[in-house]
Write a protein that binds this ligand. Structure first.
Ligand code: GSH
Length: 214
């Protein structure tokens, strides 16, 4: 086993990478990081002082790779499989990267701001920031609604863009249900949920869902 994934089963950014790994049945060793445990936390911060997962350590190639998109690029380059996560065609690859960035920056991060605020202690909440995040996420979802078709984000091919979209939309739907205002996006999310790679991620997250700040 050469790939060790430092992750948590409830972490949305870790889901992105898990989907990519499951798409290509890439073997890896899962290393569950429980940041509430001092020993896990210390070991993880030693590996990656920024303290954000996922992180992949490739013992065969002696690389430590943080950041979900960069990890997926790394997998596409060094551990390719039947799902081409980043297309070979440069124009298509750029479009995939654009969508990946779009979902992370304009939906995923706002969703994290909204859910993260629920975990803040009373007196340290940021209602103004949460309202801003909700408004910006809504604008971004409007753009997704006009972009999304009946297949995957790039059409027939499932790519890194879909890996990014799945967790962002799953949790966005929890904080602001999609169906009424964004029906095509909700239908896309429904397709993602039954994609075997994402269905497996959701199943494995099941025992941890009670930790989600509903
Ligand atoms: N840009 C990073 C974001 C990673 C991130 O925000 N991870 C969250 C979990 S979804 C995390 O590590 N949270 C732990 C913390 O902030 O203490 C990526 O794409 O990997």
């Amino acid at each position: 086993m050469t790939l060790r994934l430092h992750y948590h089963p409830l972490s949305s950014f870790c889901w992105k990478v898990l989907i990519a790994l499951y798409e290509n049945a890439t073997p890896f060793e899962p290393v569950l990081v429980d940041l509430s445990k001092a020993e896990d936390r210390d070991a993880f911060y030693k590996l990656w002082p920024i303290g954000k997962f996922p992180v992949i350590a490739d013992t065969a190639r002696n690389w430590m790779v943080p950041e979900s998109s960069i990890i997926i690029e790394y997998l596409a380059q060094h551990y390719p499989g039947r799902t081409a996560l980043v297309p070979a065609d440069p124009d298509a690859a750029r479009q995939v990267r654009m969508r990946d960035r779009f979902f992370d920056l304009h939906i995923h991060n706002h969703m994290q701001k909204i859910t993260g605020d629920r975990l803040r202690p009373a007196g340290a909440k940021d209602p103004f920031g949460v309202e801003q995040a909700r408004a910006q996420m809504r604008t971004a979802l409007g753009l997704v609604e006009s972009d999304v078709g009946e297949g995957w984000l790039m059409g027939e091919a499932f790519t890194m863009a879909d890996c990014a979209a799945a967790p962002a939309l799953f949790y966005a739907d929890k904080v602001a249900p999609l169906a009424e205002e964004f029906p095509k996006t909700a239908a896309y999310l429904a397709r993602l949920k039954i994609r075997p790679s994402f269905a497996r991620v959701l199943e494995e997250a099941g025992p941890y869902f009670h930790l989600f700040p509903a």
